[in-house]
Design a protein around this ligand. Sequence first.
Ligand code: SAM
Ligand code: SF4
Length: 326
Amino acid sequence: MIADSFGRVHDYLRISLTDNCNFRCFYCMPEEDYDFTPASRLMQPDEILTLAKIFVEQGVKKIRLTGGEPLVRKDAAEIIAELGKLPVELVITTNGTRIAEMLPTLIAAGIKSINISLDTLQPEKFFMITRRDLFHQVRSNIELLLQNKITVKINMVVMKGLNDNEIKDFIEWTKHNPVQIRFIEFMPFSGNKWTSNKLFSLDEILATVEEDFTVLPVKAAPHDTAKSFMIPGHEGSFAIISTMTAPFCSTCNRMRLTADGKLKNCLFSDGETDLLTALRNKEEILPLIKASIWSKKKELGGQLGKHFETLDADSIVNRSMITIGG
Ligand code: SAM
Ligand code: SF4
């Protein structure tokens, strides 16, 4: 069992397969020229499997693959197939561009739920956010997943003045489609030019939806990081991830392994533990994992206070989101 000093048991591991991506979402990548980590410094398939097995032996029940864009990695199929053999719930977060060609691999690995990032339903705005003209490809891949009865959750990062005016359009989408929209509060990471006035909060999102729809809360599962809601008569549902204004740290069970093999005990931790170098040096890994998680801070990596209005994003010591693995 892996636990921290606050008694939180950690049984959910998020593994970043790469910090490379075929999109350039401005809120995720640093603005300056960004060099992706060379392949030799990334965890290799056998190293990912070895580390994943250590976590699973310690009680990890769920593994999420993320990145960067996990499906741009050339050996993604091999890695997914191997992780699919472990006794865990395997899920993935993707920008949705490579779903069509990867679908047989994903299904064969037992993946039943996929989170797809989509911040707008407008092709021009999609291009503005991602710098790629692939809106229709992502939309048709979402349809493909639904046809194959795979659970689809849509991650929509809400940014004031950019896409908050589309919240109701996303809710309309849930009327005849079994998708769950996850509205995510915009978070600060290295180089993403976060300011508090771009944040559209949980309260604001909820108030916007309630202007036109009857909203009913759904009881949360034990480690949910989202507050879930339903709208009577809608096939789909929605949730709000309010990391900035109402964080979920007290029930956190998450650990993050970056693509270069560093363990982060929190999305906002200022430190990390180098598991990959230790593995390559044939050192013992488990004591490193246990010490890292034991040292986890109570809330938000100890770096973000409750008052996001006065938060100076430049004072946060962290990586960019694309190099952490969201
Ligand atoms: N490339 C994949 C994707 O886009 O889904 C997986 C990696 S991406 C870093 C994981 C999630 O983090 C995405 O849903 C993305 O929207 C979210 N994300 C990235 N930067 C963020 C930020 N600054 N605030 C909130 N969510 C963010
Ligand atoms: Fe790539 Fe996902 Fe980041 Fe967009 S959010 S740049 S798709 S990793």
